[in-house]
Write a protein that binds this ligand. Structure first.
Ligand SMILES: NC(=O)c1ccc[n+]([C@@H]2O[C@H](COP(=O)([O-])OP(=O)(O)OC[C@H]3O[C@@H](n4cnc5c(N)ncnc54)[C@H](OP(=O)(O)O)[C@@H]3O)[C@@H](O)[C@H]2O)c1
Length: 296
């Protein structure tokens, strides 16, 4: 039994791995909740002290994972139809174990209820607040890291393509900043009962992003809107479920009409430094390419 341990869920995911690195570099003892034992080695390499193997939908494994920890940081799977039930099962287990701090990884503007996963995160936030547990809710904006799956084609073809309007603005945020902010939140009691919107410092359209990428690469990059049909086809080829594809369509239609703008003041308050700007993030991606080209 380790009273000062934090249980991190979704630990093997894109967000979970970044958060795990930041938590462990702050000296926080992390128990990582994963689905498969084969994931343990990697996560120990990122700093996890303990591994708990289970499934979000299996109440027994959730109970066992929460046993003996003093803090929980719950990062649910993206666009999952059972977000509320999954979060409730961690909340119930946390109450039974008298957990001292429950951090819920939500999304910016969960009140945009037209988008199902926003609405479900809103309901999960409500369940947490009403549970009586000491909580912090973090509400991140869209990640800058959505560039990475298309980075090769941006570099090689000079086209920055996303499935929504090239003019709508987004305060994209660096996942590494979010992870550091999560570690700050989990490190002390100062953030109990707070809800924090975490957005990046610039409101950028796809056209703005293409211009900034072009400056870093030193060659032209244009912005293009991918059709929803092409997006659905690509997601289907990648093995996404029909439910996931239909939710991606809902989200992208919503972005197309409304964008996703926020403010970086709170993130900068938590980090104690300016938030990462898009050109710095892109410069780091480009530097990584140059380094791997020179070492091969
Ligand atoms: N992307 C954004 O811009 C953004 C912005 C704001 C908020 N968020 C939120 O961030 C969260 C994490 O997103 P992500 O992109 O990091 O997701 P991800 O990479 O898909 O990671 C999700 C993790 O959950 C695990 N998982 C899925 N189903 C599970 C189950 N039944 N039992 C146990 N573990 C399970 C997966 O395990 P495996 O590794 O075994 O598959 C994976 O490690 C989501 O809630 C999302 O809404 C994302």
């Amino acid at each position: 039994m380790s009273q000062s341990t934090l249980l991190l869920t979704g630990a093997n995911g894109r967000t979970g791995r970044a958060v795990l690195k930041s938590l462990s570099s702050c000296g926080i003892a992390v128990r990582a909740f994963v689905r498969q034992s084969s994931q343990a080695g990697d996560l120990k390499g990122l700093g996890a002290r303990e591994i708990s193997i289970g499934d979000f939908l299996d109440a027994e494994s959730v109970k066992a994972a929460v046993e003996g920890v003093s803090k929980v940081m719950h990062i649910g799977p993206p666009m999952h139809p059972d977000e509320v039930e999954i979060t409730r099962s961690f909340i119930e287990a946390a109450k039974r174990n008298q957990v001292e701090h429950f951090v819920y990884y939500s999304v910016m503007h969960p009140l945009r209820r037209e988008v199902r996963h926003h609405r479900l995160k809103l309901e999960a936030e409500e369940a947490l607040i009403e549970s009586g547990l000491p909580f912090t809710i973090v509400q991140p904006a869209r990640y800058m890291q959505h560039l990475e799956p298309i980075w090769r084609s941006v570099v090689e073809e000079g086209v920055h393509a996303m499935p929504f309007s090239i003019e709508q603005k987004f305060n994209v945020v660096d996942l590494a900043d979010l992870a550091d902010a999560c570690a700050v939140v989990a490190s002390s009691d100062r953030h109990l009962y707070a809800t924090y919107e975490l957005a990046g410092p610039q409101a950028l359209s796809q056209e703005d992003m293409a211009r900034l990428i072009a400056q870093v690469l030193g060659k032209p990059v244009t912005a293009k809107q991918v059709s929803w049909e092409a997006m659905a086809e690509k997601a289907s080829r990648a093995g996404a479920t029909q439910d996931r594809i239909s939710q991606m369509l809902v989200m992208n239609r919503h972005y197309d009409s409304h964008g996703f703008r926020g403010n970086s003041n709170v993130l900068e308050y938590l980090l104690g430094r300016p938030a990462t700007r898009f050109n710095a993030y892109v410069s780091a991606l480009h530097a990584r390419d140059l380094e791997s080209a020179s070492s091969s």
